[in-house]
Design a protein around this ligand. Structure first.
Ligand code: CTP
Ligand code: CA
Length: 224
């Protein structure tokens, strides 16, 4: 049904989106995770598809679902699985948005059996996960690459640091200073910063509306 997308702003574009948290196993029944619901990434996927794009949504564990003929959902659990799925799809993509809350560290050893309680203190050694977005920045060819930044201090400065370090075309700064924004919320307050350091700050909105704002900023820059 390709003809249905003709004339839509993202018609013919392939869009890759990472979403949700990652779970890093400790033993067969336990993991290290975070409170990401995946909603921001799923809203980006739905809205990109409605704008005519073919969407690949690589999602960590989330209760959300998608029903759209133009969205391929790839479910993963750990950061390592998300890395593999994302890197495999990357070369063919036009637009890539990393909205996942990827765990920065994983347990160095995963116990084969459920860990028993013994001593009063228990220490888990963690090792760094691969930075998916950084790797995509290194491999970048024609893709328009967008990251997210979640900051609690020096927000703009830190976001620009990530934009440059990861070789991005733009970064979406999630404002945590606003009580209506972030994990588990239906709303978000963002600033969109492009590689020329043009900063556009938006009002507090639903994540669906934020997704449209982000896609609109990207669209204006890929056609420019
Ligand atoms: N990201 C990623 N892979 C990781 C860590 C982060 O792809 N292993 C991506 C996120 O999806 C997001 C961006 O990098 O788009 C920034 O994530 P964030 O946690 O804000 O930054 P980090 O680079 O991990 O730095 P820190 O957590 O120390 O602030
Ligand atoms: Ca991080």
């Amino acid at each position: 049904n390709d003809h249905l997308g003709k004339g839509l702003p993202l018609c013919g574009k392939k869009v890759l989106i990472t979403a949700g948290p990652t779970y890093e196993a400790i033993d067969p029944v336990r993991f290290i995770g975070n409170h990401s619901s995946g909603l921001m990434g799923y809203e980006l996927a739905k809205n990109a598809a409605n704008l005519g794009a073919k969407v690949f949504l690589v999602s960590g564990p989330s209760h959300l679902s998608v029903q759209h003929t133009q969205i391929d959902l790839v479910k993963v659990t750990s950061a390592d699985e998300m890395y593999n799925a994302t890197v495999a799809l990357y070369p063919e993509m036009d637009i890539v948005i990393c909205a996942a809350a990827v765990a920065d560290y994983r347990p160095k050893l995963v116990a084969e059996q459920k860990i028993k309680k013994t001593s009063e203190e228990f220490t888990i050694t963690l090792v760094k996960n691969k930075d998916i977005l950084f790797s995509l920045g290194e491999m970048k060819k024609e893709q328009f690459l967008v990251g997210f930044a979640l900051e609690t201090e020096n927000e703009v400065e830190n976001a620009i640091g990530k934009l440059k370090r990861k070789n991005l075309d733009a970064i979406v700064l999630n404002s945590m200073n606003d009580s209506g924004a972030g994990f588990g919320k239906l709303t978000n307050k963002i600033s969109f910063i492009d590689k020329n350091l043009d900063i556009k700050t938006f009002e507090l909105k639903t994540k669906a509306e934020v997704a449209l704002d982000i896609l609109n900023e990207i669209k204006n820059r890929i056609h420019a």
